[in-house]
Design a protein around this ligand. Structure first.
Ligand SMILES: Cc1cc2nc3c(=O)[nH]c(=O)nc-3n(C[C@H](O)[C@H](O)[C@H](O)COP(=O)(O)OP(=O)(O)OC[C@H]3O[C@@H](n4cnc5c(N)ncnc54)[C@H](O)[C@@H]3O)c2cc1C
Length: 405
């Protein structure tokens, strides 16, 4: 019995059925795999050519290793190729279906489930798993009970509850006596404490985002950064958001450093500004940056650098003022105000403690016969295909071993 028809649950169902088990999937939504359709901006970044353990997080990130060794990149590509999906590798090793459609991934999984005779029951909200003399019984909110020999909990975390995962898997695990590492949203836009966000909403730039905890740099990522109504988003921001989310309520000082020119020194930037000023000293300060910086960013940056009269000729800028603008372009530190909600987060950090799960089989050490797979466990990955890869790897291992256990 598979609880949850997401990426991990559907893979587990296929692996278990191929190993000879009679398999049923219980899904609380009207359809299985809703979240798969939303992945990778509708294109589904389903794996990555670099599956290093450093891309995984949780109390014990090395927990992923046995499953990824058993069902890693080669096995994942072979699995999907066999189902008809041609992989296409993009920058930073990210892998998408060549058709560019997330629905392709869900379609081939559904066709294979049908072909294998797996029964999928939707609108079944599982609340508990209990043990009785004949085996396990999976209990739903509407009072229905499903007897089974083995159960795989693949009910996801708490992110984007509109797509199905609402923390129900944690409650099922807790009722079995499992410890839940406190969940918090990850891969989520970061909120900033700054007065100028309305002015900058929609501005994008290529650069680096770096998170500082009590003034110490923790993690930096490069790519396109986007200002939003409440802060910043974009892949580099999502990547570093885990640190902000984890420490948001701790009372420690969190700030984000934005670097529009991560490869330039403050001196080089000051010399570029001085060069522009010398070319057209008669232009208003504000206009002197046009063509180099995003137009909407200019007045905000100048004000942050303490230059309030934006109409005075730029030739009047002092060396100190030029240095202050250059310093900001080198590293613009803005206080963080936490992260956005579960609804905006792509993955859940925290979850069922991996200490109580056998990493080789993914079977519970507390409740024999019950297995766990996917995001419900205290494992979360970076953006780049790592979370789906964890779902495929853990789903496959749990499904195959639950069938033969
Ligand atoms: C917008 C978005 C984009 C993303 N893009 C990517 C990407 O491109 N690449 C990547 O690697 N990862 C991406 N992710 C993350 C990735 O989708 C998830 O980590 C992955 O889908 C987790 O799979 P899962 O099967 O463990 O959980 P889920 O996909 O959440 O599936 C869990 C299923 O269980 C069901 N369920 C929950 N509770 C119960 C219950 N009590 N009873 C019965 N059923 C239940 C849910 O309805 C759901 O169908 C993205 C996430 C989001 C939200």
């Amino acid at each position: 019995m598979i609880i949850g028809g997401g990426a991990a649950g559907l893979t587990a169902a296929i692996a278990a059925a191929r190993a000879g088990a009679r398999v049923q999937v219980l899904e609380r939504m009207q359809r299985v795999g809703k979240k798969i359709l939303a992945t990778g901006n509708g294109r589904c970044n389903f794996s990555n050519t670099d599956l290093g353990v450093e891309h995984y997080h949780g109390a014990d990130p090395r927990f992923v290793l046995p499953a990824i060794r058993a069902f890693g990149l080669d096995e994942t590509l072979a699995f999907f190729r066999e189902l008809g999906v041609v992989p296409h590798v993009e920058e930073r090793g990210r892998i998408f279906p060549a058709s560019g459609q997330a629905s392709a991934i869900l379609d081939v999984l559904r066709h294979e489930l049908e072909h294998l005779g797996v029964e999928t029951l939707c609108e079944m909200n599982v609340e508990r798993i209990v043990r009785d003399p004949s085996g396990l019984r999976v209990l739903c909110g509407d009072g229905r009970a499903f007897p089974c020999d083995r159960a795989i909990v693949a009910a996801g975390g708490k992110s984007t509850p509109n797509l199905g995962s609402n923390g129900g898997g944690f409650r099922v695990a807790q009722a079995l006596g499992h410890r839940i590492e406190p969940p918090f949203p990850a891969l989520v836009p970061v909120k900033l404490d700054a007065p100028f966000l309305k002015q900058l909403q929609g501005v994008r730039f290529e650069g680096e985002a770096q998170v500082f905890l009590d003034g110490e740099p923790v993690r930096a990522e490069r790519g396109e950064i986007l200002f939003t109504e409440q802060g910043v988003s974009g892949v580099p921001v999502l990547q570093i958001s885990r640190v902000v989310s984890e420490w948001a309520e701790s009372g420690r000082e969190l700030s984000l450093g934005l670097r529009p020119f991560p490869d330039s020194t403050p001196e080089a930037l000051a010399s570029t500004i001085a060069g522009r000023v010398a070319t057209f000293p008669w232009k208003p300060v504000e206009a002197s940056f046009i063509g180099w910086l995003n137009k909407r960013l200019i007045p905000v940056l100048l004000k942050e650098a303490g230059i309030c009269d934006l109409q005075r000729p730029c030739g009047e800028l002092s060396g100190k003022e030029i240095q202050r603008v250059a310093a900001l372009l080198h590293l613009w530190r803005i206080p963080c105000a936490g992260v956005q909600s579960w609804m905006q987060s792509q993955v859940t950090a925290g979850g069922v403690s991996t200490r109580e799960i056998d990493p080789e089989t993914l079977e519970s050490k507390r409740a024999p016969g019950v297995f766990f797979a996917g995001e419900v466990l205290d494992i979360d990955g970076d953006s780049g295909g790592y979370n789906l890869q964890w779902a495929w790897s853990s789903g496959h291992v749990a499904g195959r071993l639950a069938a033969v256990a």
